[in-house]
Design a protein around this ligand. Structure first.
Ligand code: MN
Length: 247
């Protein structure tokens, strides 16, 4: 079963429909959330779907307006094997809020560490170095998946040293630079994502089943068949699921 490891299911007009189509297509989905309130609501709404897990998030772009919810986030953590979307955003609109972003991110990683480690899906746009430095200071926080990683070559080298994972999708693979970055990632650490409904293709929001499109591109980058690429990715997913089961 192929997986979309980073999708904002709750932000589509009809989340239940998205989950249902994914189930029909035999696609597993990690539904990331941007606030702890969204986690409780989404979990309830999608509780019938065995192909969906909901990750407990507090998005860096919301840190300055929703940061006060960190205590609520912490209170929910014992019930959440998956955490995200979390991280730092260094792009121009959010750069002014980097202090509060960092404070929240550090508190989240500390919580995960104290809980014995979680599966984390992490945003690092324009802040890859800072994200990696923060992760390095929180050993034991869990299995870190860098979502849509666009760091430099040296930032990717730093991520490799930390043993990070990567979720990559059709939108990221469309650009030459994005594809080059993915080609340099360790094959045993690559899984798929859509980042829908934010990520779009031909003016349509990507949906979980669209991760299939990424397989062919990755196979080309790796110089192997699509079947082999799919097996490798599925094997990688299994490792993440096993980690989550322990947490
Ligand atoms: Mn996202």
């Amino acid at each position: 079963m192929i997986a979309d490891m980073h999708c904002h299911v709750d932000l589509y007009p009809d989340p239940v429909q998205i989950a249902r189509v994914a189930a029909q297509d035999n696609v597993w989905v990690l539904a990331v959330t941007t606030t702890p309130k969204a986690w409780t609501g989404t979990k309830q709404r999608l509780s019938n779907f065995r192909n969906v897990e909901v990750a407990l998030g507090l998005h860096p772009e919301l840190a300055h307006v929703r940061g006060a919810e960190i205590s609520f986030w912490e209170s929910l953590l014992p019930k959440a094997p998956y955490v995200g979307e979390i991280g730092l955003d260094g792009s121009s609109q959010y750069r002014d809020h980097r202090q509060i972003q960092l404070k929240i991110f550090q508190r989240i990683l500390t919580g995960c560490k104290e809980a014995g480690g979680k599966v984390l899906t992490i945003h690092s746009r324009g802040a890859a170095t800072e994200v990696l430095e923060t992760l390095e200071k929180s050993p034991g926080c869990g299995l870190a998946i860098l979502h849509w990683f666009t760091g430099t070559k040296s930032e990717l080298d730093a991520a490799k040293r930390l043993g990070c994972w990567y979720s990559v999708g059709p939108a990221q693979l469309r650009s030459t630079s994005g594809a080059q970055r993915v080609a340099a990632m360790p094959r045993s650490r690559v899984v798929l994502e859509t980042d829908g409904p934010f990520a779009k293709y031909q003016n349509r929001a990507l949906r979980p089943s669209d991760v299939i499109d990424a397989i062919e591109v990755i196979a080309g980058l790796w110089g192997i068949s699509s079947d082999e690429a799919r097996s490798q990715v599925e094997c990688n997913q299994e490792e993440i699921w096993r980690f989550a089961q322990k947490s």
